[in-house]
Write a protein that binds this ligand. Structure first.
Ligand code: DC
Length: 221
């Protein structure tokens, strides 16, 4: 059986996770949040008390187990979905996700998770690196201002302390780090459909993408 893979990439706050999750629900596919996996490894590194700046200390990644249940990430059988959103994790995840060894192991884990299912996977390098043969590829983007506003609301809803100006600065910093890092920087795959979500609601983007996929599938593309 040929499984269908949908890759959704883009910068922080472009609405990727929410949109990818809803598309997966609509199509009854499995949703894999690759950013959550980088966050989980960052959380584990912090808990282990290793020197985060010492790339040689990340051997533990290869013995770490991941499982997604209804979009919720379990690391080593523990639900980490809340803890990975803490500021301490957000502020260190760009560093941790820049390491070659961490990326190599997580890309492998992501490819295994996507192997025997129809999946929607979101991240930064999914379309050109993790799932280069994905049938559908989208790159979602939005202005920094809009992305900061969305992250602010998201934090408040999750009861996480939040300040709009600080978030704007953090997003700018994270964009810079994510797009300029040496290994697998954030970028659109050459064959991705680029969607600017600044002036679109979540529902509009979800509709745009699911309708395109359902139409293509119905026509046997
Ligand atoms: O999507 P997010 O903000 O939860 O992602 C957290 C971090 O993980 C982000 O700074 C970039 C990194 N990341 C990555 O390098 N590659 C991915 N495929 C997904 C996320």
């Amino acid at each position: 059986m040929n499984y269908i893979q949908i890759a959704i990439d883009g910068p922080a706050g472009a609405g990727k996770s929410t949109i990818a999750k809803l598309i997966a629900e609509h199509l009854n596919y499995i949703y894999i949040d690759s950013g959550a996996m980088y966050r989980a490894i960052t959380l584990k590194a912090i808990k282990l008390g290793i020197d985060l700046e010492d790339e040689r200390m990340y051997d533990f990644v290869k013995d770490t187990k991941f499982k997604f249940l209804n979009g919720t990430l379990f690391m080593d059988d523990v639900d980490v979905s809340h803890d990975i959103r803490e500021n301490n994790v957000s502020n260190n995840v760009s560093l941790v996700s820049s390491y070659f060894f961490v990326r190599k192991e997580l890309v492998r884990a992501q490819q295994i998770l996507a192997k025997n299912h129809n999946v929607v996977m979101d991240g930064r390098d999914i379309g050109y690196k993790v799932l280069p043969d994905a049938k559908y590829k989208f790159y979602l983007t939005a202005s920094i201002k809009k992305r900061a506003e969305r992250r602010n609301i998201d934090n408040l809803e999750r009861n996480i302390k939040s300040n709009l100006e600080v978030i704007e600065k953090e997003i700018e910093r994270r964009d810079f780090l994510d797009t300029t890092r040496k290994y697998s920087p954030l970028k659109a795959a050459d064959d991705a459909v680029i969607i600017d979500t600044s002036d679109l609601t979540i529902d509009q983007v979800v509709k745009l993408i699911t309708e395109k996929i359902m139409e293509d599938e119905k026509n046997g593309f």
